[in-house]
Design a protein around this ligand. Structure first.
Ligand code: NI
Length: 250
C-alpha cells in the first residue's frame, strides 16, 4: 500500500477524474486545496471516495480574495473528519517579494489555526527558505510537512531538528535533480512522505505528461534505489509515516 500525501485531483484539473481515482485502487491520496474554489472542490471530492482525504488552505500566491472569509471557511470545515490538515500554505517569492509581509501574515494566521485545532500542516515554500524557517521554528508543536522539498542538504539538516517531514515527489526522478537526491540520501526514511503534486511534476517515465497519484510508485522506486533498500521497505515505512503524520483512520 502507498499513500500520496499531496495531490490536486479535483474536477477543475482533470477531464478523466474518475479514471485517475480508480487507478489508485485501494491506495490512499490526500487531496490539497490552495484557494477558496479548490478548497470547496477538495471537500466535495473526498466525500465521494473512502480512500481520499483532504487538506485545505490558502496558498501564498492565491491571496486575493477576502482573506477573513477564506480563513473562516477553512476553520468551519476543519471539523470534517476527512479533512486531515491545513495546506498548502507557506511563502513563495518566486514572482517577487512585494507582498512578502502579507504572505507571512496569512501564513502565520493559518499556522495559528492549526495550533488551535491541533492539525498537521502542509507547507509550500519556494525561494523563501530562510523566511519560512524563521516562522516555523516557532511552531515546533505542530506536525509539519514540507511538500515538494526543494532546498539544500544544509537546510534539510536544520529542519530535521524540528522533526519536519519531507514530501518527496517526481522531481527526484529527473535526470538533473542532484540536490534532492543528496537530500534523500541523507535524511532518514522515517522523515520521508511520498507525494506526486498531481497534475504537476510527473515522474520519469511520464515526465511532461499529466501526473496522477498512482505514479507515486516511481518515486518510491527511486528512493529505494538511492537509499539502497527494498521498494517494499520504502512503501511500508512511508505509509506508516503518512498515517502518523496525518492521523489517518486506516
Ligand atoms: Ni501542490
Amino acid at each position: 500500500m502507498y499513500i500520496d500525501t499531496h495531490c490536486h485531483i479535483i474536477p477543475s484539473e482533470y477531464d478523466n477524474l474518475t479514471d485517475v481515482i480508480n487507478a489508485l485502487e485501494n491506495n490512499i491520496a490526500i487531496v490539497s486545496g490552495d484557494s477558496d474554489s479548490t478548497n470547496k472542490e477538495v471537500i466535495d471530492v473526498i466525500s465521494k471516495y473512502p480512500n481520499l482525504y483532504g487538506t485545505i488552505g490558502i496558498h501564498p500566491n492565491e491571496i486575493d480574495n477576502d482573506i477573513d472569509q477564506s480563513l473562516k471557511y477553512i476553520e468551519t470545515n476543519l471539523s470534517n473528519p476527512k479533512i486531515v490538515g491545513i495546506g498548502e500554505i507557506g511563502l513563495d517569492y518566486h514572482y517577487g517579494k512585494d507582498d512578502a509581509k502579507l504572505q507571512k501574515d496569512i501564513f502565520i494566521k493559518q499556522l495559528e489555526l492549526a495550533r488551535k485545532y491541533n492539525m498537521p500542516v502542509t507547507i509550500h515554500s519556494r525561494d523563501a527558505a530562510l523566511d519560512t524557517y524563521e516562522i516555523i521554528k516557532n511552531y515546533r508543536d505542530l506536525k509539519i510537512t514540507y511538500h515538494c522539498y526543494s532546498y539544500s542538504v544544509e537546510m534539510s539538516e536544520i529542519l530535521l531538528k524540528l522533526n519536519i517531514k519531507f514530501g518527496i515527489g517526481g522531481v527526484l526522478t529527473f535526470k538533473n535533480s542532484k540536490t534532492i537526491k543528496d537530500v534523500v540520501k541523507k535524511i532518514p526514511l522515517g522523515n520521508i512522505l511520498l507525494e506526486t503534486d498531481s497534475p504537476y511534476l510527473a515522474p520519469v517515465p511520464y515526465r511532461g505528461k499529466k501526473n496522477m497519484p498512482s505514479y507515486v510508485v516511481y518515486v518510491a522506486k527511486k528512493i529505494a534505489e538511492i537509499k539502497n533498500i527494498s521498494y517494499e521497505e520504502v512503501l511500508k515505512v512511508t505509509t506508516y509515516n503518512a498515517i502518523k503524520q496525518f492521523d489517518l483512520n486506516v
